[in-house]
Design a protein around this ligand. Structure first.
Ligand SMILES: Cc1cc2nc3c(=O)[nH]c(=O)nc-3n(C[C@H](O)[C@H](O)[C@H](O)COP(=O)(O)OP(=O)(O)OC[C@H]3O[C@@H](n4cnc5c(N)ncnc54)[C@H](O)[C@@H]3O)c2cc1C
Length: 474
């Protein structure tokens, strides 16, 4: 179990006064203080840990975020920024003595400029909401986390989120142009702008992926892209995960960049097939879903090249979609993978680590050996093209021993990723989940520099405390 901080008794004792002060600044209708309503905010997507917050502010404007932050800063009250609460690393997990400041009411599309290919939106617009706002004109917003129906752009910026299609288009950082940012003192600054480079320091580089540690984002300007003419997927089955891993390394080495290159192992194939009936071959040890896009001719040429590369590795199945409907059928199982694994296990931990794609076979062997050692089942589904692994560790939360083994297995898998030349997180962030593993990735000098940056932005360390930095460093 991860150590959680003791709440500050003097802050908890002042709850009524703090709620009244916040209500005076942002309006009573935007403050939640009733026990039952607060419970809705007690956790996020990392639901093994829960803490009911002191109060929740659901701001409607940048000025309200600034007013709430300024008050909390002056009073030394901890703040947990929150968007949709889908973080899988406990990034939005509250604390009993902290005020959650949420942006879910800030959900307006402020500006769309098709000529300059950008959209400016409020922080609480969902990821899919951006694409919905521009798809009528043939555009889309590229980063596509599987949680895109729910997760919000502020959360995406804070976690530098990615998705299946980021192999070609990059993650949030590569599609972000500017943000409106509120400092812990309540000052509002504009970082970046409306074009790819901005004068001065690369502030956006610092803010992206900063997990609510440095300040709050209230508006976001992103690049929008013209959608390709069409896309088609192919499904390739292999008798061994090693061989599938080698095929992935070969595809990447060939210079072809598919839009997506996804991997599923045997436990995952079986769970997905039972759930979605996508027609996956149940005798395969590993499946790849590879998607390409472009004109019909481009798709045909790329699929033919990919077919030839895969054929060199002796696949047990190869299915190439001829239509958009056949592509959707191939994706159907993969898209429901998390839900499918949820059906066969009372609980699962979704890990997120990255390795160089060429080390996939070693990673698969290592994860298999670790799962055996900890006597737990692991289903692997991941973005193979960019080496972003998502081992799903199945366990039973009602059995303390099973949970302890699942956490220990997860930690060892992430350390394995680091040993293989990768890193602790691909897209889900460090949050509380990987906080104590940071020393596996960073030395004391690295961590000290990161702490200096945190202190420069947040001298009192009130923003999203007890996350990201190992406890002894916080
Ligand atoms: C089923 C499922 C599938 C997922 N698939 C993917 C995936 O494919 N790719 C991926 O990258 N992630 C995925 N995730 C993880 C999660 O959806 C992402 O991390 C997402 O970006 C979180 O967005 P959110 O709006 O839910 O943010 P939250 O969970 O509310 O917050 C995330 C972090 O952002 C901070 N934050 C929130 N709002 C602000 C703000 N206004 N200013 C500053 N900091 C802020 C929080 O403090 C926290 O640290 C998945 C999650 C689930 C449950």
């Amino acid at each position: 179990m991860l150590a959680m901080p003791e709440p500050k008794a003097e802050i908890v004792a002042r709850r009524a006064e703090i709620v009244a002060a916040l209500a005076a600044r942002v309006g009573a209708a935007n403050v939640i203080s009733e026990a039952l309503r607060l419970k809705a905010y007690e956790t996020d997507g990392f639901s093994a840990y829960r803490r009911v917050p002191l109060a929740v502010v659901l701001a409607e404007t940048t000025e309200q975020v600034a007013a709430a932050l300024k008050y909390c800063h002056e009073q030394g009250i901890r703040v947990v920024p929150r968007a949709a609460g889908t973080s899988l690393s406990g990034g939005a997990l509250p604390l009993e003595d902290a005020v959650v400041i949420g942006v879910s009411k800030m959900n307006a599309i402020l500006e769309v400029d098709f000529e300059d290919r950008l959209a400016r939106v409020q922080a609480g617009v969902t990821n899919i909401g951006i694409t919905k706002a521009v798809e009528g004109e043939g555009f889309f917003y590229a980063p596509d986390p599987s949680s895109q129906l729910a997760c919000m752009i502020a959360g995406n910026v804070a976690m530098n989120s990615g998705g299946a299609h980021c192999l070609k288009y990059g993650v949030t950082a590569n599609n972000l142009l500017g943000v409106t940012f509120v400092t812990v003192e309540g000052e509002v600054v504009e970082l970046g702008g409306e074009h790819l480079d901005a004068a001065g320091y690369d502030w956006l580089g610092l803010i992206t992926g900063s997990e609510g540690q440095l300040g709050m984002v209230t508006e976001v300007t992103v690049r929008i892209l013209r959608a390709a003419e069409g896309a088609r997927a192919m499904l390739v089955g292999f008798d061994a995960t090693d061989v599938a891993g080698a095929a992935v390394a070969d595809i990447i080495a060939s210079g072809i960049i598919p839009v997506a290159l996804e991997f599923m192992d045997r436990p995952c194939i079986h769970a997905c097939e039972a759930f979605a009936h996508a027609g996956y071959p149940l005798d395969a040890e590993a499946l790849l879903i590879i998607e390409v896009e472009g004109s019909e001719e481009e798709q045909d040429a790329l699929l033919a090249k990919l077919q030839a590369i895969c054929a060199r590795h002796g696949p047990s199945t190869m299915r190439i979609a001829r239509t958009a409907e056949e592509s959707a059928a191939i994706w159907k199982g993969r898209k429901g993978a998390f839900g499918a694994v949820g059906r066969i296990s009372p609980d699962y931990l979704c890990m997120d680590g990255t390795i160089p794609p060429g080390r996939l076979p070693e990673a698969m062997r290592g994860i298999g050996a670790l799962a055996e050692r900890y006597r737990l089942q692991v289903a692997n589904v991941f973005h193979a093209g960019d080496g972003n692994l998502h081992p799903l560790i199945m366990f039973d939360a009602n059995d303390a021993d099973s949970f302890a083994r699942a956490e220990a297995l997860g930690a060892d898998i992430l350390k394995l990723c680091v040993e293989l030349g990768g890193c602790l997180t691909g897209e889900h962030g460090v949050g509380i989940e990987k906080r104590d593993l940071m020393t596996a990735q960073f030395g004391p000098v690295d961590l000290a520099q990161q702490k200096r940056i945190k202190t420069a932005f947040d001298p009192g360390w009130i923003l999203n405390p007890h996350k990201v930095f190992p406890l002894e460093h916080a």
